[in-house]
Structure formats: structure tokens, C-alpha cells
Design a protein around this ligand. Sequence first.
Ligand SMILES: [Zn+2]
Length: 242
Amino acid sequence: MYTTSSSIWFIVFRLDSLIKKKMHPFTETIPNDLVATIVARVASSSLADLFNLKQTCKSLYGFGEDDLVYKQVSMEKFPDLPWTLPAQAAFFLQRCQETENPEALFRLGMVEYFSHGQVELGRAFLARAVCFGHIAASYVLGIILLCTDRQSILEGMELLKSVQRFNKVSKIRIKNILAKMWKNHFIVPEGSICSDPNCNKNKRMSNKGWTLEDDNNEEDIDCDACRCDEQVRLFYKILRGS
Ligand SMILES: [Zn+2]
């Protein structure tokens, strides 16, 4: 079965082989912008495909070294927390961070905030990842803002609402990332965000408990503040490793 990446991959080689028959390199017959877009698209689908593509010719290798490619490259197969890396892999990661690859910024933010205890730096990296639409970063930063101070609660609520609107977050993945790191900074829920003592949903959810992937339960809660309370409690549980 063809995936999106394998389809692009097929197109690249098909065009390349056709053009080679006329003794013209593929990358010299179509505009550079289009080649760069194709290479970046391959990179966003698969790191392995990008690696293979760069091996095909000197010209494509050059396109593969463009900042746009590192910004968009998929880090799916790259270790979440690469404490020790071969030099080449470390260089790759550094380029991803420097070019503001959203996933690289997210991982960097998690390490700085929770492991190194550099809370301002960690928040800045997460916020930058949020700017590029990173859903997991939006979720984590939203939780952090809900637990920081009263002034940041509204911003945190908005972030969590945006996450819920666009996508679900794999909390198991976030749990796996946090489980692998030595944590030096914890966030602690300071009290209920929902201040309505008569909020029935709040009472019901407090009694119900929660699990890692029970986002469906959220759909039963029509109070935004209670929904945030639920997520903060869940994240705290994940962070403590319980
Ligand atoms: Zn409520």
C-alpha cells in the first residue's frame, strides 16, 4: 500500500529516471522552489526516505541540507530523549532545534522544564512549538499555565480548549517521555480551577476518577473549568509516575 510519503518518493524517482534518459538531471529541469518543496515534503513524512533521497545525487543532497527540510523533517523514528547520540545524530538534532522544527522544540522544552528545571527556557521552547501548531506542546504548556498563577489560568484554558478543538493528545506518549527523564521540577495543582461550589459536573468527575486515555469522559463535562481541573489532575498523575 502506498503511503503519502511513498507516493512522493515514487514521483521523485519516476521523474528522475525519465529525465536521466534525456541526460538532464531532474533537479535542473524543474524550478528549485518545487524541488525544495518536494524534498521537504518527503522529509516531513519519513526521515528514512529523506536519507535515501539525499543519497541519490549531489544536487538532492544539497536540497536535503536546506533549513526548510530540517524544520519539517519527521522525528517520529528519532529517540524522544537522546541523552547519548553518535556525532552525526547529535548534529542532526542540533540542526532541527536551530531551524525550529516544532517536534524538536517540544522535546527540548520538556527536558528544560521538567528535567533541567529551567522553567522559563522550557516554557519559551514549548511556546515556540505552540506557535507552529504543535498539539502536544499546546497541551503541556496549557497545563503549566493552569498551575503557574491566577493570571495565566485563562491563557492555559484557551490552550487546552484549542487542543480539544483540533486534536486529541496521546497522553501515553507524554507519559513515556516523562518516565524516561530524571525530573527536577514538578508542577502541583494548587486548587480547583472551577470555583463554582454548585457545579454538579465537578462533583461528579471528582468521584468518578480518571484514566490515561479517557478523553471521551471530557465530552460529558460541559464546564470548561472542570474540564481543565480534570486534565491538571491527570497530568499530575502522569508526572508523578503513578
Ligand atoms: Zn465546574
